[in-house]
Design a protein around this ligand. Structure first.
Ligand SMILES: O=C(O)CCC(=O)C(=O)O
Ligand SMILES: [Fe+2]
Length: 364
């Protein structure tokens, strides 16, 4: 294959179509050099005195700064780019979680990392060929070259059946990319760090996600407890696990922890969110249409955050419309309520108090 380089701003659908075909993609220019420099500094600082990981899995030359989002503000910035979550949601569904984040320092070595697929974490329990469980982003903090051990990918290997192993006949592509680029691959895609035959370490910053109904590799509630998470951007709070999955997993007293802890300002949303079924003016079925119309008439651009919540709410509402079974309806109602609350607290945090007030009047 000839590797295509997407540019920052490439539509999610285009990048996804490419990943669907090859199992991975590269987007260049996604992070600026200042952010990369900051991350490089943090990586060097936190890796002082560390030795390469010993497990055969890592190949003998990889030093890893783990829980890296908890250690580097640059990593928080990367994580807050909506492109990451928007693209990953295409594979993992809504309310996904940060699986792991790391500084990957590839030292000069003697052999490459063995080829593997990252979803070994879950594949004993989710058969290959089923839904994807992970999406991985590796940012080039230094240039990635064939000489310094750029990550190697096996094109199309995400489609391989259980038990199919790489052979010498399989094509392997070195993902060469300049600093500020990101390589993206699926949990099912075979890959591995290359061999660094230069004298200078290769630095990569990894952010991986998993489905919100799976337990992440790293325990981010503990790495970034509520007192610290409070000051992070909402999207980051969400993927750290402070948002419940579909309003039902990871709850405290039936609520998302971020609601209960009051991460966004007050959340006077229940009245709006539960204004279901028989209400006169706005009900959950129409909430997204109402909000979209409101922003159109106000000439306000709809924030990414709000757009995301709206998209989820409309997905849930579409399934509500199609579901006749009472138990399923009850469940979907819980989910719609949670998504409605998320939407409204995000509107509120963005300062659209007038929209919320209107909504509340309409639903009173
Ligand atoms: O550092 C790299 O290029 C890839 C590392 C990797 O795939 C892993 O450790 O799972
Ligand atoms: Fe990997």
């Amino acid at each position: 294959m000839k590797l295509h380089y997407f540019e920052k701003g490439a539509p999610v659908a285009e990048v996804k179509a490419y990943i669907d075909e090859w199992g991975f993609a590269v987007v260049s220019g996604i992070a600026d050099s200042e952010t990369m420099d900051g991350i490089a500094k943090d990586m060097r600082r936190y890796s002082r005195g560390m030795q390469p990981l010993e497990l055969e899995f890592f190949g003998g030359a990889l030093i890893k700064v783990e829980g890296f989002v908890a250690k580097s503000s640059g990593m928080v910035e990367l994580l807050n780019d909506p492109f990451l979550v928007d693209l990953s949601e295409e594979y993992l569904g809504a309310d996904l979680l940060l699986n792991a984040s790391g500084g990957f320092i590839l030292q000069p070595g003697r052999r490459p990392q063995p080829l593997h697929h990252d979803d070994v974490l879950y594949s004993p329990f989710i058969p290959r060929g089923g839904p994807e469980s992970m999406v991985n982003f590796m940012f080039a903090v230094t240039d990635f070259t064939s000489e310094n051990g750029a990550t190697r990918m096996v094109p199309g290997s995400h489609k391989w059946p259980e038990g199919r192993l790489p052979t010498d006949d399989d094509e392997v592509v070195d993902v060469e990319m300049p600093t500020g680029s990101v390589a993206i691959w699926l949990g099912s895609t075979w890959h591995g760090a290359g061999l660094n035959s230069t004298a200078i370490p290769r630095l990569g910053a990894e952010i991986a996600f998993n489905c919100g109904w799976l337990r992440p590799h790293e325990a981010y509630h503990l790495l970034i407890p509520p007192g610290l998470a409070r000051d992070l951007p909402p999207r980051v709070q969400e993927v750290l696990g402070y948002k419940a999955h579909r309003g039902m997993l990871g709850c405290i007293e039936q609520r998302s922890p971020m609601e209960l802890f009051g991460f966004s300002k007050s959340v006077p949303v229940r009245a709006v969110a539960v204004a279901g079924e028989s209400q006169r003016h706005v009900d959950l079925f129409d909430l997204e249409a109402w909000v979209t119309k409101y922003f159109l008439t106000q000439n306000h651009p709809l924030s990414d955050e709000a757009r995301r919540h709206l998209k989820r709410l409309s997905e849930i509402n579409a399934s509500r419309r199609e579901t006749a079974n009472r138990a399923d309806l009850d469940m979907l109602e819980v989910v719609a309520e949670a998504q409605g609350r998320g939407l409204i607290s995000c509107l509120e945090a963005a300062g659209f108090a007038d929209a919320i007030e209107k909504l509340q009047r309409l639903t009173a």
